[in-house]
Design a protein. Sequence first.
Length: 199
Amino acid sequence: MGGIAIPDANITKLALANSLKKLMAEKAFSKIKVSDIVDGCGLTRQSFYYHFKDKYDLMNWIYYTETARFMASYDTLEHWTDGLKDLCYYMQQNKTFYKNALNTTGQNSFPEYLHSYISDISVSAIESMLNTEYDHNKWDFFVSFFATAFVAFIVRWANNGMKEDPAEYITKIRRLFDGSLLSELENQGRKIENPSKLK
C-alpha cells in the first residue's frame, strides 16, 4: 500500500508544478491564484491543499526538487562551481520560472535558499583551504558578504534575460573567492593570532 501512495503523491505534485510553470510563462507569480493552478491541471483545491500550504510552498517544492541534484552532485570542494554552472544552465532552460523564483523574496524563497547554499559551501572551502575550523566571529562577515553578492549577481543575470554564459562569470567569482577573499581571511587570522607582529 505504501509503495503505491508515494508515486501517486508525486504525480499530483508534478501536475500542480507543471500547471504553475505554464501560468508563470503567461503572468507574474503575484497574479496567480491557487484556483488558477488547479484549473490548469484538472485537480481540486482540496488536492492542492493536501500537498501544499499555499502557492509559495508549491514554488519552493519545485526549486528544491529541481535544484537539489545540482547542489548534491558537486559537494566536493574542487567542483562546487561546476554545480553552480550546471544550475545556471538549467535556469536558462527554465528561464521564466526561475526569473520569477529569483524575484520572489521572503522566508524559504529561492534567493534565501541559494544564499544558504553558497554560505555553506564557502564555509567548507575556507575550512579546507585554511586547514582550520570555521570561526563564526572572524569569518561570518566575509561569508555573508560573498553569499549576498553572489545571489545579487544571479538575480541581475536573470533580470537581464540570462543571455550571458554563466560559466565565464562563475569562473571569475571562483577566482575572486580563491584569491582576494581567502587572502583577506588569512590576514585576519594572522592579525588576531599575532597582534604584536603586524606586517
